[in-house]
Design a binder for this molecule. Structure first.
Ligand SMILES: [Zn+2]
Ligand SMILES: [Zn+2]
Length: 148
């Protein structure tokens, strides 16, 4: 598995150092988007500023994307392989997916199969990015609530 991750970094022109591999592995193992604090907890041996620098580098090279889910903490998730978030022409939201934020466990999920719907903007507006976050209960929390 480490080899796959190395390949993933090399593909995006990132030198696969031990720490970068640790960060990318933690993100791959998570089933939801992770904040800097989440990553710090998962990677107890790596200091926060190193994690932050690594995230910044990953963002620049488009192997991860940032999500603002309204929690006040930016969260990060690996980009799907067909991701187009490096598409800078701004008119194309293809490849950007919807996120779902659970109000109970506060995890934010990438709904990778669901792309952001196209909107007809009024004259003069120029679209650069979109942040589409749905809120509610994740399957786990919804199941727990049913039992009660
Ligand atoms: Zn939940
Ligand atoms: Zn996502």
């Amino acid at each position: 598995m480490m080899e796959n991750l190395e390949h993933l970094l090399l593909e995006k022109d990132i030198k696969p150092t031990a720490i970068r591999l640790l960060v990318v592995r933690a993100m791959q193992e998570a089933d939801c988007a992770l904040s800097l604090t989440n990553l710090e907890t998962r990677l107890a041996t790596v200091d926060k500023s190193t994690i932050f620098r690594t995230l910044t580098l990953f963002l620049e090279h488009h192997i991860i994307h940032a999500v603002s889910d309204g929690s006040g903490q930016t969260k990060y998730a690996l980009c799907p392989s067909d991701c187009h978030c490096d598409n800078k022409d701004g008119h194309n939201l293809n490849g950007l997916h919807i996120h779902f934020s659970c109000e109970n466990c506060h995890r934010t999920f990438c709904l990778r199969g669901l792309s952001i719907p196209e909107v007809e903007l009024p004259e003069g507006f120029v679209l650069n990015n979109a942040n589409y976050v749905l809120m509610g209960l994740c399957p786990e929390c919804a199941a727990k609530q049913k039992k009660r």
